[in-house]
Design a protein around this ligand. Sequence first.
Ligand SMILES: *[C@@H]1O[C@H](CO)[C@@H](O)[C@H](O)[C@H]1NC(C)=O
Ligand SMILES: *[C@@H]1O[C@H](CO)[C@@H](O)[C@H](O)[C@H]1NC(C)=O
Ligand SMILES: *[C@@H]1O[C@H](CO)[C@@H](O)[C@H](O)[C@H]1NC(C)=O
Ligand SMILES: *[C@@H]1O[C@H](CO)[C@@H](O)[C@H](O)[C@H]1NC(C)=O
Ligand SMILES: *[C@@H]1O[C@H](CO)[C@@H](O)[C@H](O)[C@H]1NC(C)=O
Length: 414
Amino acid sequence: MPSSISWGLLLLAGLCCLVPGSLGDTTQDTEESKHEHDQHPACHKIAPNLVDFAFSMYHQVAQKSNTTNIFFSPVSIAVAFALLSTGAKSDTHKQILEALKFNLTDTREAQIQEGFQHLLHTLNQPNSQLQLTTGNGIFVNQSLKLVEKFLEDSKKLYHSEAFSVNFKDSAATKKLINDYVEKGTQGKIVDLIKELDEDTVLALVNFIFFRGKWKKPFEEEHTEDGGFHVDETTTVTVPMMSRLGMFNVHYHTELSSWVLLMEYLGNATAIFILPEQGKLRQVEDQLTQKTLSTWLEDRYPRSASVSLPKLSISGTYDLVEIMGKLGMTHVFSNAANLSGITEMAPLKVSKAVHKAMLTIDERGTEAAGATVLEAIPMSMPPTVSFNRPFLLIIHSKETKSPLFIGRVGNPLQK
Ligand SMILES: *[C@@H]1O[C@H](CO)[C@@H](O)[C@H](O)[C@H]1NC(C)=O
Ligand SMILES: *[C@@H]1O[C@H](CO)[C@@H](O)[C@H](O)[C@H]1NC(C)=O
Ligand SMILES: *[C@@H]1O[C@H](CO)[C@@H](O)[C@H](O)[C@H]1NC(C)=O
Ligand SMILES: *[C@@H]1O[C@H](CO)[C@@H](O)[C@H](O)[C@H]1NC(C)=O
Ligand SMILES: *[C@@H]1O[C@H](CO)[C@@H](O)[C@H](O)[C@H]1NC(C)=O
């Protein structure tokens, strides 16, 4: 066993700004999905694995507390580890891909890498309606020589940028990394790293930035303070946006939950799941890939009165612990084989952090002409109020991947 182990660092940041509005109609979506079935782009092959991974990680995080907010980006985390896997060998390599829920018996590594390449390419397409950017930065200590193939692959497949830095000067390097993340998330995630070890030789940083606008916006003047029932005994006051109109909403009997789909301009959908009071845990345990695809395929347009809290929450996660529970241990230990990244020194990942933020508020909408008038049937429409803990998933239609997943337990908890 070598006497000195060099340290690598993995940092991930996700940011999601949701701008309120209202539900879109679904006719166009059906056309889009028909179209997609003919093509099967490479990223659709890895989509089921990403959903699987999203729920596995969600379950790990949710187990720790029944009440805290949860918010993370499965896509961001998977992309960063998939990039790391290109420089990992033997068991280290296998563990990374297996924790991301790939079965290496029936999926070729090349297929996986093609899938991620296509995923990143698609997500980073300029889109005038939806702002979505992801990036990977590799910060390498001046003393370290990287394997040429790793640099090429990460540039070609993962659109990554490499920076040569001096980790001994940890203050300057910390600033460089934090600035990179701040710039990538348009100023929303600042000071991602607080401490930086001088022994670090490599930092891998991934970020994702998403800003969506609802197809049809809520009206600001309808936003009023209301009670949010955190649990049976605690109620907090939060601004609730509301709208009476056409929504894709239905009651899922097996899960005792209302399920609401709201479309963004561009190709993303938000799925809100509102369990009956006290049933949240049960619903979390039952979330599966199959339920999710059913929700996305079966549409239930109907008139309803919907209210949603205006909020801003964030989640910060130690991935060494979480990924460890999903079976990824070698890469964080002295058994790590990252010889595909550098042959000069034994390297392990000492720290892996993910931070994601969610904002649902009025700011950011282009106010002009946003009001949509719709015919409402004469019968009394149901009222669906997200005034108790709920779950949400932000799904990218084009890549069929889960951009973000979360739980709102208390909108006031930062
Ligand atoms: C969460 O709720 C479940 C079921 O209600 C309970 O068994 C479990 O102990 C709770 N977990 C925590 C961390 O409070
Ligand atoms: C890492 O894995 C490669 C390929 O399997 C092997 O040749 C090399 O000896 C391993 N290095 C270490 C330090 O275990
Ligand atoms: C992986 O796929 C093979 C072949 O399809 C299957 O036999 C095996 O059970 C799968 N492994 C896991 C862990 O799902
Ligand atoms: C990082 O690079 C600097 C400058 O080349 C060097 O002084 C330092 O020892 C290196 N750090 C490690 C942990 O190798
Ligand atoms: C939405 O996705 C479809 C294909 O799935 C694509 O043709 C279309 O250009 C995308 N729309 C936007 C605004 O990116």
